[in-house]
Design a protein around this ligand. Structure first.
Ligand SMILES: Cc1cc2nc3c(=O)[nH]c(=O)nc-3n(C[C@H](O)[C@H](O)[C@H](O)COP(=O)(O)OP(=O)(O)OC[C@H]3O[C@@H](n4cnc5c(N)ncnc54)[C@H](O)[C@@H]3O)c2cc1C
Ligand SMILES: NC(=O)C1=CN([C@@H]2O[C@H](COP(=O)(O)OP(=O)(O)OC[C@H]3O[C@@H](n4cnc5c(N)ncnc54)[C@H](O)[C@@H]3O)[C@@H](O)[C@H]2O)C=CC1
Length: 501
């Protein structure tokens, strides 16, 4: 039976994702004789396992979905309550849960994550992917699909278009090139051939998430998943899924660039309006001869470029919005432009004794010149960890310096089966126009781009097994003047580590 919510608890953390769990674990270690209360809407928690510091700022770890009892076993002073927080009265230092209970806190850390920002929200044929349930619902619908549309050009879209097999994919992006949140057009060109090549099952030396999908057969009918507050998936979320449509081919992706969805029609409306849709184009060239489609589809999307395509359903992979709603009413939170709770350099929100970490928050301190916030699991862990450190310092009346992990943006991931390392201002984000790019590319093998400004390295994109991440990390961190090395910096015949290590 679920434990009751205590009437008061000195330390309360809301959210069982990576940020909340990391925060609770750290608090539990710092205050072994205190009970740490973790209140979460999801039946499972996310635990970081096999943590490895690969270099100064790059980390690797697995993410495991676990029953909350496992966390309580590891940390006997953590008490997990499975219930959504529906209201916060910050002046009274009280939270209220969905089952009508309340609890008084001294220090509260909000780690409620984010939810997909869906286009045409509420349309039963538009689906988002966030947690185990929505991923499972997506798999079930894909298994019956011949053609789907993917909208968005970030992390989820990139992973989906590569992973889906046996189903035609119309990929509609607002930009000129694929993967705009991670890459520039050069890197996109490097990756594109992988979309047309047959997939090979190669073993990759990359950390994988242990991802479970047990017991979640979902309802039939429309495709939209219920608006539940599950925990965000992490890297390799698709590993446990069978992302296959009804057909027997590997990739079949058509990209529609520089467009958005203008309108969505259900089949009946589409027929009544006597509109014409296009068949799946034979190639990706702009002047292809598209033919009217003979087939009838459950849903049609009209793009801003005038084209209409029918499909079985549409995946909206169009970013996230922080889950702030239950906490706003009556509380004077300052919000960032992206809708997150603004936090200062001590992860403190604008409301007394309330901290926030992970996807729910907006970093509002003056950042290091080579760090930016992105809603990623690495940052969720760093923030949860550091928020706990700040709560401890605050409680003990100590001062604390900004954690080193916020010195440099560093993210390791995998796209199209390549290892991808992003460092610093990897896309020259926010840099003046006087920056320069240096490139090295071997087709099908590696793509190396560095962003230079005033002879200093400001960022890098490393695709493939380049082995350059540690050296470049050091060069970005120490801001050494590299002007004298010129193009040798990327010359594969020059062992730059000899210069700098
Ligand atoms: C499909 C997908 C793939 C991804 N792949 C990657 C990747 O490869 N690499 C990467 O770095 N990042 C990836 N991310 C992003 C990453 O998963 C998130 O940035 C990270 O998990 C956020 O962690 P969090 O703890 O802040 O939030 P979440 O994991 O969303 O956890 C929020 C928690 O709060 C709970 N909650 C919500 N509202 C309430 C409430 N009112 N009361 C109580 N509890 C509540 C939820 O149940 C949940 O337990 C991916 C995300 C998705 C959706
Ligand atoms: N390997 C990794 O590191 C991965 C990270 N993630 C993270 O998970 C979260 C969710 O992923 P995504 O939904 O892909 O978000 P995202 O923020 O990565 O990308 C959103 C994309 O949607 C586009 N977009 C926004 N509004 C649109 C509209 N109305 N019409 C068309 N396009 C629109 C944006 O231009 C952008 O390309 C992100 O925080 C992302 O960083 C997700 C998958 C993999």
């Amino acid at each position: 039976m679920a434990a009751p919510l205590p009437a008061r608890s000195r330390f309360v953390v809301v959210g069982g994702g990576i940020a909340g769990v990391t925060c609770a674990e750290r608090l539990a270690t710092e205050f072994p004789s205190e009970d740490i209360l973790l209140v979460t809407a999801s039946p499972v928690i996310k635990a970081v396992t096999n943590f490895k510091q690969v270099s100064k700022t790059l980390v690797e770890f697995d993410v495991e979905e676990q029953p909350s009892t496992m966390l309580e076993k590891r940390y006997p002073n953590i008490k997990v309550i499975e219930s959504g927080v529906k209201q916060l009265k910050s002046q009274e230092h009280k939270i209220f849960t969905e089952d009508g209970k309340q609890c008084i806190y001294e220090k509260l850390c909000l780690c409620a994550g984010a939810k997909p920002k869906l286009i045409f929200e509420g349309n039963p044929y538009v689906l988002g992917i966030r947690d185990t349930d929505s991923a499972q619902a997506f798999q079930n619908h894909l298994a019956k699909a011949k053609r789907i549309a993917v909208v968005g050009n970030g992390g989820i879209a990139l992973e989906l278009v590569y992973e889906i097999e046996g189903c035609e994919v119309i990929w509609a992006i607002k930009d000129k090139a694929i993967g705009n949140t991670f890459f520039d057009a050069g890197a996109a060109e490097f990756l594109i051939p992988k979309l047309t090549a047959e997939k090979l099952e190669t073993a990759i030396a990359c950390k994988r998430t242990k991802y479970t999908t047990e017991g979640s057969e979902k309802e039939e009918g429309s495709v939209a998943a219920a608006d539940k507050l599950g925990t965000a998936l992490g890297p390799d979320w698709h590993e446990g899924l069978h992302l296959k449509g009804t057909k027997e081919f590997s990739h079949k992706v058509h990209i529609e660039k520089l467009c958005e969805i203008k309108k969505i029609y259900l089949q009946q409306e589409f027929r009544q309006l006597q509109k014409t849709s296009l068949s799946f184009p034979k190639d990706n060239s702009d002047n292809q001869n598209a033919h009217p489609d003979e087939e009838l589809w459950p849903v049609y999307m009209e793009l801003t470029n005038g084209k209409i395509y029918g499909c079985d359903f549409i995946v909206s992979a169009t970013g996230v919005v922080p889950n702030v709603k239950p906490f706003l009413d009556g509380n004077n939170f300052a919000l960032g432009e992206d809708g997150g709770l603004k936090v200062d350099k001590h992860m403190h929100s604008s409301v007394a004794d309330i901290y926030a970490a992970g996807d729910i928050c907006t970093a509002s301190w003056e950042p290091s010149q080579v760090w930016q916030q992105m809603r990623l699991w690495t940052q969720a862990r760093q923030m949860g960890w550091y928020a706990a450190k700040c709560i401890v310092a605050d409680f003990l009346g100590e001062t604390i310096d900004m954690d080193f992990s916020f010195e440099l943006f560093a993210h390791v991931t995998k796209f199209f089966n390549y290892k991808v390392v992003l460092l610093g201002k990897y896309n020259a984000q926010g840099l003046d126009l006087d920056h320069e790019l240096m490139l090295r590319c071997t087709k099908g093998q590696e793509y190396v781009k560095v962003v230079m400004q005033n002879g200093r390295m400001m960022g890098a994109v490393l695709i493939g097994e380049t082995d350059l991440e540690e050296t470049f990390e050091n060069l970005i961190l120490n801001q050494m003047d590299l002007s004298a090395y010129g193009e040798d910096l990327l010359n594969p015949n020059v062992d730059i580590e000899d210069y700098f290590d």
